[in-house]
Design a protein around this ligand. Structure first.
Ligand SMILES: C[S@@+](CC[C@H](N)C(=O)[O-])C[C@H]1O[C@@H](n2cnc3c(N)ncnc32)[C@H](O)[C@@H]1O
Length: 231
C-alpha cells in the first residue's frame, strides 16, 4: 500500500448543522471539520465517500457521544473520529502500523481542527489482525467506528477478528460505513465464525427521524452503515 508519495494537496471542508431544543427554546448547532488531503498519495490521505456518511450519522447521535471511549479503525484522514472528538468523545484514531507517513498526515488532520494528538485525541498504529502487546490496553471501549475498511476481501477476516476481540464481553459495537463494490462479496460467514452479528441501518427511517437527507449524501453510490455486535 502507498504511504505518502507526493500528491496534489487540497483542503476539504465538511459542515454539519443541526438544531437542539431545551427549555422550549430551539437553537442552531454548527460544526466545521477541515481535512487536508493529498490526492493520489495513497488510500489513507483522502476522505472516502463512506466517511461523510458515517460522520453525519455520528452527528445525529452527538448528544450521546460525550464521554464515550471511541476507537476508529483504518481511519485515514479520520473525518468521523475527529467529529466524535469535537462532540466530546475520548477518541483514539488508528491506521496501519506499517504506514508511518499516513499516521503523520493523520496528525496534521487533527491539528487542522484544533485537536492536539496525545492531549485531545490519541493516535496509534493498529493493523487489523495483528495483536501486538499493547493491543489489550485499548479496552474497554464504548464504540468502535470504521469507514470504508471492507474494500479488500482478503482483509475482511482480519478486520472482523480485530473487532471481535475489541468488543468481546461488552455492550460495545462497531459502527461502520462501507461501499458495496461487488455483489459477490459477503462477510456473513465470517461474522458467524467470529461470534458476531450485523444489522444494516435503515437510512430512510433515519432521514425521517433526524431530518438529515442521507439519500442525498449517498448519491449514486451503494453506501451503507452496518452495526456489528457480539452474538
Ligand atoms: C479506503 S481507505 C478508508 C480511509 C478512511 N477511513 C476513509 O473512509 O476516508 C482504507 C484505510 O484502511 C487502512 N488500512 C489498510 N489496511 C490496513 C490494515 N491492515 N490495518 C489497518 N488499517 C489498514 C488504510 O491505510 C486506509 O486508511
Amino acid at each position: 500500500m502507498n504511504d505518502g508519495c507526493p500528491g496534489n494537496g487540497q483542503v476539504k471542508k465538511f459542515v454539519f448543522r443541526g438544531k437542539s431544543s431545551s427549555n422550549g427554546e430551539t437553537r442552531g448547532e454548527y460544526l466545521e471539520v477541515v481535512i487536508p488531503e493529498l490526492l493520489s498519495a495513497g488510500y489513507s490521505f483522502y476522505t472516502w465517500p463512506s466517511a461523510p456518511l458515517l460522520a453525519w450519522y455520528l452527528w445525529t447521535q452527538r448528544r450521546h457521544l460525550h464521554g464515550l471511549r471511541v476507537l476508529e479503525l483504518g481511519c485515514g484522514t479520520a473525518l468521523p473520529g475527529i467529529l466524535a472528538a469535537k462532540c466530546g468523545a475520548h477518541v483514539t484514531l488508528s491506521d496501519s502500523v506499517a504506514l508511518p507517513r499516513s499516521l503523520q498526515h493523520l496528525s496534521a488532520c487533527c491539528e487542522a481542527n484544533g485537536l492536539i494528538p496525545g492531549r485531545d485525541v490519541q493516535l496509534i498504529g493498529l493493523s487489523w489482525g495483528l495483536f501486538l502487546a499493547d493491543f489489550h490496553a485499548l479496552r474497554p471501549l464504548d464504540l468502535v467506528i470504521a469507514s470504508d475498511c471492507f474494500y479488500e476481501p482478503t482483509q475482511f477476516e482480519d478486520v472482523l477478528a480485530t473487532v471481535a476481540y475489541l468488543i468481546e464481553g461488552s455492550d460495545s459495537k462497531l459502527l461502520c460505513a462501507y461501499q458495496e463494490r461487488s455483489g459477490d462479496w459477503s462477510i456473513e460467514a465470517l461474522l458467524k465464525k467470529w461470534g458476531l452479528k450485523g444489522a444494516i441501518l435503515d437510512l430512510d427511517s433515519l432521514s425521517e427521524s433526524t431530518g438529515v437527507d442521507f439519500r442525498a449524501l449517498i448519491g449514486e453510490r451503494s453506501l451503507h452503515i452496518l452495526e456489528i455486535s457480539s452474538e
